[in-house]
Design a protein around this ligand. Structure first.
Ligand SMILES: [Zn+2]
Length: 133
């Protein structure tokens, strides 16, 4: 039997070698050495397999947190009492969202900024409508 091609060896490394291939491998050190290289590569890829799954979990977490954050910020924009609660008592107001104290502090700051921005916009609009400078 002829020596195995690289493609054949790469495929053999992932499976049990059929009898014909096993017979050639038994008598050909060259093919055995090249097959070992592919077996090592396959083993390393299997070891690396958990990494992408961990990355997927992290990516999922990031998306989940972004969604949650968008939801909270949306409520802060549309629900004045909620925005006030986040400003004055973020721990209680944000309790259902299970956020870290740093995240709560950041949202409290945002609520404060929103408050000032809205105040400014409101003043400006009222001023315009009333014809005040
Ligand atoms: Zn060979």
């Amino acid at each position: 039997m002829h020596c195995h091609s690289e493609e054949e060896l790469a495929r053999l490394a992932l499976t049990q070698a059929p009898a014909e291939a096993a017979a050639h491998l038994a008598e050909c050190p060259g093919c055995r050495t090249r097959l070992e290289t592919y077996r090592r590569m396959a083993a390393q890829l299997r070891l690396a397999a958990p990494a992408p799954q961990e990355l997927r979990r992290q990516a999922y977490d990031i998306l989940r947190h972004r969604r949650l954050l968008a939801q909270i910020v949306g409520r802060m924009v549309t629900e004045e009492p909620f925005r006030q609660a986040v400003r004055t008592d973020p721990t209680t107001a944000l309790a259902p969202y299970e956020l870290s104290s740093e995240q709560q502090a950041a949202l409290r700051e945002l609520a404060q900024e929103q408050q000032e921005t809205f105040q400014g916009l409101l003043d400006e609009r009222i001023s315009k409508r009333l014809g005040w400078p």
